[in-house]
Structure formats: structure tokens, C-alpha cells
Design a protein around this ligand. Structure first.
Ligand SMILES: Cc1cc2nc3c(=O)[nH]c(=O)nc-3n(C[C@H](O)[C@H](O)[C@H](O)COP(=O)(O)O)c2cc1C
Length: 173
């Protein structure tokens, strides 16, 4: 696992990276953490910092960990980890031991944040900003209907903007 220049992230195709490859959002410490799959979000530039933004529904167990901790990681995986990501995206850490079920190996970063050995890329992030979506702020009401009102368990997302403080490349493929 080696530190890489955050600027090289510009070479990643963010649509593919997040929307197709998916990521694990992990928050907590080595004593207690939780991870979940996410495929909505982005990476960019804000307040003169490299940032990521993620969208987490309040009913996720991971939401509690994000709220309780200053940092989180976003980690990206080779295709052979797809099953683990599927599991982390369909089961809750409230009900199962995701580490035991996926076989992913937690790694503690210098910052104390948690990622997994199997990742190919990890972004070690610090929370900067949070806001909760409000129904009245949807300009396109079809999105509100499609993704929230008509969806069981479709709580309005919390939006987190996090600073990417360090990026790690795990293994050369
Ligand atoms: C491909 C995929 C992408 C997902 N993206 C998100 C997302 O961006 N935000 C979110 O709140 N939930 C997302 N989910 C749902 C959570 O991963 C899922 O509810 C998970 O079981 C939550 O686990 P937890 O309760 O242990 O936090 C996604 C699920 C999948 C399969």
C-alpha cells in the first residue's frame, strides 16, 4: 500500500469509478467500524481542496458511524471483490458481521481510519460539511417521487462533503 499524489485521481473516470465500480464507505475505528456500498457520489474541487461528496440515507447503520467519527474512507476494488460489495450493499452491519461474511481484511491507516487490504485505491477523508436533503428543495419533483416517496426505506439522503486528505494505491494490477 503506497501513498499517491491526490492530483493523479484526476486520471480516474469518476462516472465509472463510483457509478460502475462502486465504493465502500467505511467509518469508525479499529474497535468498531462499519462499511457499506455506495454508487452515488463524486470527487471534485471545492473550497480549494480536493473533495468527495457522498449521499447516505439516514437508515443506514453506516450513517451512525459517519456521524460519530471525524473521518471516513472511500475504497475501490477490483472486479473479483464484486460479491463482497454486493453483500455490503444489501445487508446491514446491524444484522450481520460484514467482515466475517465478506472475508475482507480491515487495515488501519495512519489517521486511524479503516480500509481493507483487498482495495486497489483508498481515499482517506475528513468530514467538512453535512446537510440533509429536504423535499421542498427538489426542483425536479419526479426525482423525489422516484427515489424517495415511492421507495420503501427511501429516507432523504444526508449529503457529506469530505476532504480527500490522502490517497493510497494498494496493489498494482
Ligand atoms: C450498488 C449499490 C449502491 C448503493 N449506493 C448507496 C448510496 O450511494 N447511498 C446509500 O445510502 N445507500 C446505498 N446503497 C445501499 C446500502 O449499501 C445498503 O443499504 C447497505 O445494506 C447499508 O448497510 P449498513 O446498514 O450496514 O450501513 C447501495 C447499495 C448498492 C448495492
Amino acid at each position: 500500500m503506497k501513498k499517491i499524489d491526490i492530483k493523479t485521481l484526476g486520471r480516474e473516470d469518476a462516472f465509472d469509478l463510483i457509478g460502475t465500480q462502486w465504493m465502500l464507505v467505511t467509518a469508525g475505528t479499529s474497535e468498531q467500524f462499519n462499511m457499506m456500498t455506495a454508487s452515488w457520489g463524486g470527487i471534485g474541487w471545492l473550497w480549494n481542496k480536493p473533495v468527495a461528496f457522498i449521499f447516505i440515507r439516514p437508515e443506514r447503520y453506516t450513517h451512525e458511524f459517519i456521524e460519530a467519527n471525524e473521518r471516513l474512507t472511500l475504497s475501490f476494488y477490483p472486479e473479483d471483490c464484486r460479491k463482497a460489495l454486493q453483500l455490503c450493499g444489501t445487508k446491514s452491519g446491524r444484522d450481520i458481521d460484514k467482515v466475517a461474511e465478506t472475508g475482507l481484511n480491515p487495515v488501519e491507516l495512519e489517521s486511524g481510519a479503516i480500509t481493507f487490504k483487498e482495495a486497489r485505491l483508498t481515499l482517506d477523508c475528513r468530514k467538512l460539511f453535512k446537510t440533509d436533503m429536504k423535499a421542498e428543495n427538489f426542483i425536479d419533483k419526479d426525482i423525489l417521487a422516484r427515489w424517495y416517496n415511492d421507495q420503501p426505506g427511501g429516507g432523504l439522503h444526508s449529503i457529506y462533503v469530505v476532504e480527500i486528505e490522502q490517497a493510497y494505491e494498494h496493489r498494482l494490477r
